[in-house]
Design a protein around this ligand. Structure first.
Ligand code: PNS
Length: 175
């Protein structure tokens, strides 16, 4: 039978437990799954692409048919380069659907032979997003259970100095 490689493209800034849940599910249905981090010069991410790659490699090291890569340009072109037959995307709630449908149909227009496969993460992660994790972590909230240990550690290393600095400024009446 033909082997199917899928790509799971995204920003992963930072990777969350929801992403990992989806990677695990995807690894069960595809022969090979490539977690593909978009190198996006238009965004100013919290973590560098190298940092995100390192975290994702560490987190997926135990899953044999998963590898991590980075890409720029169109997702469909990257998929063609790595000979992927499918794009994996997660849908958490109905609100994700419209954007995801638009993207899937545009990708189909650009490369009809590439299928988009939607999977749902575990319900307990249905409200989880990298953007909210960044915000809660930045404001000193508890993110345990939302991101893997290694990500929580990297977040606190990254955000703690900034937080202490801004608290000092507030106390000194400068902000
Ligand atoms: O994790 P994200 O930010 O929701 O991922 C979005 C991503 C990377 C999948 C999307 O922005 C993308 O595919 N970008 C690459 C450029 C591209 O192909 N654009 C056309 C998409 S229809």
């Amino acid at each position: 039978m033909k082997k199917v490689t899928a790509i799971y493209p995204g920003s992963f800034d930072p990777p969350t437990n929801g992403h990992l849940d989806l990677i695990e599910r995807g690894s069960h249905i595809f022969d090979e799954l490539i977690v593909a981090i978009l190198r996006n010069p238009d965004k100013s991410p919290l973590f560098s692409v190298a940092d995100r790659r390192k975290m994702l490699e560490e987190l997926t090291a135990g899953i044999k048919n998963v590898r991590v890569d980075t890409f720029d340009g169109l997702t469909v072109d990257y998929a063609a380069n790595v000979k992927a037959g499918a794009v994996l995307r997660g849908i958490r709630a109905l609100s994700d659907y419209e954007y995801e449908l638009q993207m899937a149909l545009m990708n189909r227009k650009l490369r009809p032979e590439l299928e988009t496969v939607f999977m749902m993460p575990a319900e307990k992660y249905s409200y989880l997003s990298s953007r909210l994790v960044r915000e809660v972590a930045r404001l000193g909230g508890d993110i345990s259970g939302l991101v893997p240990e290694v990500v929580a550690k990297r977040l606190s290393e990254k955000l703690d100095p900034a937080r202490k600095f801004s608290i000092r400024k507030v106390k000194a009446g400068k902000a």
